[in-house]
Design a protein around this ligand. Structure first.
Ligand code: NAP
Ligand code: GDD
Length: 321
């Protein structure tokens, strides 16, 4: 049986990737951090189907041990401190988790078995203050946060291990992808969760930062499929994954509130507390390479994504959760 190790399995993408790999017949080993209380909500439904084992991107030997123990064919490195604002308040920790952590994983593979195929969760945040529109694999990076800088480090390290050691190491440059499992601090989920509470009379106002920021939002379930497709290619490479369509935070609000028959202008307020020291104003992916080389394309569009997230939050809050 093929074994895949997934770091970050408790996160949004980790949970969708674990589900997807199970459908492909893999034994899935999810790496979890030791914590005083378990927070495995996103993978609760998979607990009997996957193996969970302890490891931390801060601990080199834990990563070596996991690769020795499970002898994986593939390793997907999804673990990171992934919230951009936290990268300003905790820049060193973000650099360690999101940047140097990649070096620890790559070194563990190189030391134990350099034939293990590797996927690195790179990010459109690397484009930051964008140098061209839309952004593709060759667009120069201009990160605008400690998070973006750490991801650039991880990306180039992946490229270097591929070129220096011949490792099958691919970097997926993924644009924003969301789902009902998205963390509550990210803007999409913050909006859909508030929409549900406002609709049910549990909240009146939603405070947001920059409503004019534009993102290329897709569905996480579509994007984990692209990760796997990259790893199956004969040669490792870098791929931009997105939808090629951009919307503003305001447009997201408009659609989300309209889904439950409300006007966002009656409920959304701006609050400078949610503005960032440096903003990434607009991101939009050119997915030509992914569509032509991988044969990948997204299945859920913007409206479908917003509706899916609003409906899930309304349902959850209606149950009292
Ligand atoms: P997420 O929901 O924040 O999940 C992050 C995961 O990383 C969690 O499982 C977390 O574990 C784990 N983690 C954090 N620090 C760790 C450490 N030191 N050791 C081991 N595990 C650690 O993120 P996501 O949205 O699923 O994103 C997955 C990856 O893709 C991340 O690397 C992110 O930066 C990148 N990415 C995401 C997007 C997007 O739009 N979602 C776009 C581009 C790139 P705990 O549960 O223990 O905290
Ligand atoms: N979080 C948040 N909260 N963002 C807000 C708010 C708010 O109240 N108001 C406006 N925004 C704007 C942000 O300023 C940003 O321009 C945009 O909404 C998206 O913010 P997030 O949802 O926090 O995502 P992100 O784009 O910063 O980062 C996400 O996508 C990256 C890929 O481009 C994360 O998932 C990263 O891990 C990922 O790499």
């Amino acid at each position: 049986m093929k074994t895949a190790i997934v770091t970050g399995v408790t996160g949004q993408d980790g949970s969708y990737l674990a589900e997807f790999l199970l459908t492909k017949g893999y034994r899935v080993v999810g790496v979890v951090r030791r914590s005083s209380s378990e927070r495995f909500e996103r993978i609760e439904h998979l607990r009997e189907k996957i193996t969970l084992d302890e490891g931390d991107l801060l601990d080199q030997s834990s990563l070596v041990r996991l690769i020795e123990k499970y002898e994986p064919l593939e390793l997907y490195n999804l673990a990171a401190q992934s919230f951009v604002p936290t990268s300003w308040s905790q820049p060193v920790l973000t650099s360690e988790f999101t940047g140097v952590g990649v070096a620890r994983v790559l070194e563990a593979i190189r030391m134990v078995n350099p034939k293990v195929r590797f996927y690195q969760a790179s990010s459109s945040e690397m484009f930051g203050k964008v140098r061209e529109v839309p952004q593709k694999e060759t667009t120069p990076f201009y990160p605008r946060s400690p998070y973006g800088v750490a991801k650039v480090f991880g990306h180039y390290l992946t490229v270097n291990y591929r070129e220096s050691y011949g490792m099958h190491a691919s970097s997926g440059i993924l644009f924003n992808h969301e789902s009902p499992r998205r963390g509550l601090t990210f803007v999409t989920r913050k909006i859909t969760d508030a929409v549900a509470r406002i609709k049910l009379g549990k909240l009146d106002k939603l405070k947001l930062g920059n409503l004019d920021a534009q993102r290329d939002w897709g569905f996480a379930g579509d994007y984990v499929r692209a990760m796997w497709m990259m790893v199956q290619r004969p040669e490792a490479d870098d791929y931009v994954i997105g939808t090629g369509v951009m919307h503003s935070v305001k447009q997201f609000c408009d659609r989300a509130f309209a889904r439950v028959g409300l006007d966002y202008r009656d409920h959304v307020e701006t609050d400078p507390a949610f503005l960032r020291p440096a903003e990434v104003e607009h991101l939009c992916g050119d997915i030509t390479k992914a569509t032509t080389v991988l044969g990948w394309k997204p299945e859920v569009d913007f409206n479908g994504l917003v509706d899916m997230m609003v409906d899930a939050d309304v349902e959850r809050h209606s149950r009292g959760n």
